[in-house]
Ligand binder design. Structure first.
Ligand SMILES: Cc1ncc(COP(=O)(O)O)c(C=O)c1O
Length: 395
């Protein structure tokens, strides 16, 4: 089905963005102007199955009616209320969030994006331990602001902005011995993803993650888990930590948290202590509009069993991709609806060919095709995605 709606034309949209946007993004030649569930439409009315979810944001689906209604109601009531005042939506969100987070997390700092959540967690770790060293993983991605960038592995992202924040050391992911060597009595925290997303969709080993947590406890360092991409059902559990009984001291969240509105959070455990007043803050963090959207998103996620559905659809997608017998494919891996197909060559031409066939997916590094559909994607839609991937690889 295709539907045309009134807007400026495709060429006008592209011309304006090409002329006035920062130029920081390598654009794909697509103008997305409308979405519903796991479907997107471009300005010419062409329909796509979305396996991008705006880089893993649209967990509850595009234009989710429950979230739309909550945003509309709150926008007409009170959109902004700084942290120095109390607010009903913020209070309720905090209480509702605490009900579903991994054990041991007691408080939350609310912000507006993933990089802000990581930035705050790194500051909190230094503040509460009085130590400065920070350990991050090779291939990890944590954001683009100076602190988060200092924890991010890829040289292309880091090098133009050096010198970065001092005190960071990188260790290979999934290798305990190297973390054991790195963590000492100067270490404030180790920061890790449960599944490395941007780094190529690399699931963390459960024993490794638990051993790192134990090591941090022994040596007086904190464990920061970055679930900006894996949080809110994406991997088949509400939080990916829960696959491995992992209890982080600081948990970073963002992306899917508020159904598409900008929002992030750091959840703070007992070992991170109580933070001193005025040590950190954000004008828009925890604004009632985002809080109302996050409450509706969380409610929908629980009522519609999205984590469970992500587990089921993810298993279908993973098995289906693995069953495609192509000499072009090196490996298929993932957890829940976070799935990567590593090619033996650059993935971009395959992503372009998939888009031609009405399926949008994204890359993770040069060679990995990454599939992050909304968690509401149907079994039939997953079958269509699989058929198109098979057709592209055959062609
Ligand atoms: C694991 C992880 N951490 C942090 C970030 C940064 O989030 P944001 O783009 O919202 O700043 C991302 C973004 O992709 C991410 O995947």
């Amino acid at each position: 089905m295709s539907e045309k709606i009134e807007t400026i034309s495709t060429s006008e949209i592209m011309a304006l963005e090409d002329r006035f946007d920062s130029g920081l993004y390598a654009k794909r030649p697509l103008t997305l102007i409308r979405g519903r569930g796991a479907r997107l439409w471009d300005a010419d009315g062409r329909e796509y199955i979305d396996c991008v979810s705006a880089q893993g944001v649209a967990n509850v689906g595009h234009a989710n009616p429950v979230v739309v209604q909550a945003i509309a109601e709150q926008a007409g009531r009170l959109a902004v209320c700084p942290g120095g005042f109390y607010n009903d939506q913020r209070a309720l969100l905090l209480a509702e969030l605490m009900r579903v987070v991994p054990p041991g997390l007691e408080r939350a700092f609310l912000c507006n994006s993933g990089t802000e959540a990581v930035e705050a967690a790194l500051k909190f770790a230094r503040l509460s331990t009085g130590r400065t060293k920070l350990i991050a993983a090779m291939r990890g991605f944590h954001g683009r602001t100076f602190g988060a960038l200092s924890a991010t592995w890829r040289k292309e992202y880091r090098q133009p902005f050096e010198p970065l924040v001092p005190g960071f050391e990188f260790v290979p992911y999934n290798r305990l011995a190297r973390v054991e060597q790195a963590v000492d009595d100067e270490t404030a925290a180790v920061i890790l993803e449960v599944v490395q997303g941007e780094g190529g969709v690399i699931p963390g080993d459960g024993q490794y993650l638990r051993d790192v947590a134990a090591l941090c406890r022994q040596r007086g360092a904190l464990l920061i888990v970055d679930e900006v991409q894996t949080g809110f059902g994406r991997t088949g559990r509400m939080f990916a930590c829960q696959h491995h009984d992992l209890a982080p001291d600081l948990l970073c969240l963002a992306k899917g948290m508020a159904g598409g509105l900008p929002m992030g959070a750091v959840l703070i455990g007992a070992r991170a202590g109580k933070l001193p007043s005025k040590a950190h803050g954000s004008t828009l963090g925890g604004n009632p509009l985002a809080c109302a959207a996050a409450r509706a998103t969380l409610r929908f996620t629980e009522e519609e069993r999205l984590p469970e559905r992500a587990g089921e659809r993810g298993a279908q997608l993973l098995a289906g991709l693995k069953a495609i017998d192509s000499p072009l494919v090196r490996e298929v891996r993932g957890l829940g609806l976070m799935v990567g197909m590593e090619m033996k060559e650059n993935a971009s031409p395959y992503l372009a060919a998939l888009a031609e066939r009405g399926v949008l997916a994204l890359s993770a590094g040069a060679t990995v095709m990454r599939f992050l559909p909304p968690l509401v994607i149907s079994a039939e839609e997953v079958d269509s995605v699989l058929a198109q991937v098979a057709a592209v690889l055959e062609a």
